[in-house]
Design a protein around this ligand. Structure first.
Ligand SMILES: Cc1cc2nc3c(=O)[nH]c(=O)nc-3n(C[C@H](O)[C@H](O)[C@H](O)COP(=O)(O)OP(=O)(O)OC[C@H]3O[C@@H](n4cnc5c(N)ncnc54)[C@H](O)[C@@H]3O)c2cc1C
Length: 486
């Protein structure tokens, strides 16, 4: 384990451990976070939920989110560094995700507004052909303030895993325009200029196939006033730097993206993008936890020497670090695959299926590894770790949320399993991925479990997929190769 990397911040980990090239811009962004951003982020976390002002002085409903000025300053730094426009103008996903890694090292909640903005931009760019295409795209691509912000709202009161059963928002067409009525129960980056929203067109079939994806701007474009209302803001334990609210849609103007009957594909594309970002972000925050543990251990003395010199501490730190390195490699491999397949449209290729497999593995496993690192950091700080005046508790709070949003562990395990059952990817691994030398014994166990009736395979799913995620991460970390075969 390289201790100098823990002291060198997120950039050192990216370049020295994962072999990723960093431009001056990424390094300058990290220096800004060290000098200014990190302390602002702590202050914003302590301040808690921003304020929702629902009525203006004339008594009209406005539903404005009031942020501290430091929040706008913090958010603008990422936009100015190019976290959005590098994607929208040059399709440079790598640079955007590198900036995302730096952001999330300090504040994974703050990475959410950027993530949901590019996740909203992509389906509009790929599938929306309506008259307002340029207007919507350029709103989300601004280089200068005020930056346009996006959001992705699918989840309703009944729950987020089973969207087919629980999306009840109705969309009705009148004279060529769509009007949406319903509510969204977890709506992050609420207050966004424009959200992509899951809704069910009148007469559409029940279940997942009947859901379409719509663009919902904050302001009505064909009438005056707010297009969506914010019922309240959630008081969350973590990711407090992004406001999450409950949204009401009362005949809100909606702009249908692509074909209504293909909506579920667009929704899954949106979610998969955010999942890649989440995987990258949690590794960064987990790394922050290990750096905190290391700093603490350098000044804590017990039994005649510093904690950092105690063999048991060193052993545990090295174990967490190694797993985080593998998790980081898996996340960046997934990112490389995203770059390769993001323009694909349904019906997707087998390569897209492999990307989906990687995305599910990366989302659940990176979140788990990072949360365990944060819990261990709190344990290292021990009594002090339990006090809110010290930093470890925040990292745990942040990582509990990032483990759940963008789909819980159960969902990703079951979805990864479904991909493997559907597509014969395991024998094709060496052709899809140039490392490909996953332990044949593990592959054999997977094949045997996949051949079992679904319910009988349940006990094997998590242990086997955990080992697969770890194996792919470890191989990638060793070879430092993220390449994708043609
Ligand atoms: C801070 C925050 C912000 C969010 N922001 C957004 C947002 O902007 N947009 C948005 O659309 N959503 C958002 N969400 C919602 C998020 O996506 C959901 O919380 C998540 O998908 C899980 O849904 P749920 O909480 O309703 O749990 P449920 O779907 O009700 O699941 C309950 C439990 O059942 C488990 N489970 C599910 N299926 C199975 C199964 N087959 N077998 C066994 N167990 C199963 C789940 O893993 C979970 O443990 C946000 C959530 C949070 C916490």
């Amino acid at each position: 384990m390289r201790e100098d990397i823990l002291l060198g911040g997120p950039g050192a980990f990216l370049s020295e451990e994962l072999g990723l090239a960093l431009s001056e811009r990424v390094l300058a962004y990290q220096a800004w976070w060290e000098a200014e951003g990190a302390s602002l982020s702590v202050a914003i976390d302590r301040l808690g939920t921003p304020h929702l002002r629902q009525f203006n002085s004339a008594g009209e409903r406005v539903d404005e989110i009031l942020y501290p000025p430091s929040y706008t300053y913090l958010l603008s730094a990422g936009y100015s560094a190019g976290i959005l426009y590098e994607v929208t103008e040059r399709h440079d996903w790598r640079l955007s995700f590198l900036l995302g890694f730096i952001t999330s090292y300090y504040d994974p909640g703050l990475y959410c507004p950027y993530t949901v903005t590019f996740s909203a931009w992509v389906p509009i760019y790929k599938y929306y052909t309506g008259a307002r295409r340029e207007e919507f795209l350029s709103l989300l691509s601004r280089r200068e303030p005020p930056f346009g912000q996006g959001a992705t709202w699918m989840t309703e009161r009944g729950g987020g895993s089973d969207l087919g059963a629980h999306v009840g928002t109705q969309a009705r067409a009148v004279d060529g325009l769509w009007y949406l009525t319903g509510e969204k129960y977890f709506a992050s980056n609420v207050g966004a200029d424009l959200a992509v929203v899951a809704a069910r067109p009148e007469g559409a079939p029940a279940g997942i196939k009947g859901i379409a994806l719509f663009i919902v701007p904050r302001e009505r474009l064909y009438a005056l006033g707010r297009n969506y209302l914010v019922r309240r803001l959630k008081d969350k334990i973590g990711t407090r730097s992004v406001p999450t609210g409950e949204v009401e849609l009362h005949d809100a103007e909606g702009y249908l993206i692509g074909e209504a009957r293909q909506g579920i594909y667009y929704i899954l594309e949106v979610l998969n993008l955010s999942r890649v970002a989440n995987s990258i972000g949690v590794v960064a925050h987990g790394l922050h936890a290990l750096a905190q543990a290391y700093h603490f251990a350098m000044q804590r003395r017990l039994f005649g020497r510093f904690l950092v010199e105690q063999p048991l501490f060193r052993h545990e730190l090295a174990q967490h670090y190694e797993r985080l390195r593998w998790a980081g490699a898996l996340a960046w491999l997934t990112e490389q695959w995203l770059e390769t397949v993001w323009l694909e449209k349904p019906p997707y290729s087998e390569r897209y299926a492999f990307f989906r497999l990687l995305t599910h593995l990366a989302k659940f496993w990176t979140a788990k590894v990072a949360l365990q690192a944060a819990q261990w950091n709190l344990e290292v700080w021990a009594g002090l770790g339990t006090l809110t005046e010290f930093p470890p508790e925040r990292l745990v709070r942040e990582l509990i949320v990032t483990d759940i949003w963008e789909g819980t562990r159960h969902r990703h395990l079951l979805d990864a399993w479904e991909v493997l059952r559907r597509y014969p990817l395991l024998p094709r691994l060496p052709e899809l991925w140039d490392i490909g030398a996953v332990d044949p014994y593990l592959l054999g166990e997977l094949e045997r479990a996949l051949a079992l009736p679904e319910e009988e395979a349940i006990p094997f799913i998590e242990p086997l997929l955990t080992r697969l995620a770890q194996a792919i991460g470890a191989l990638t970390a060793t070879q430092r190769s993220y390449s994708v075969l043609a």
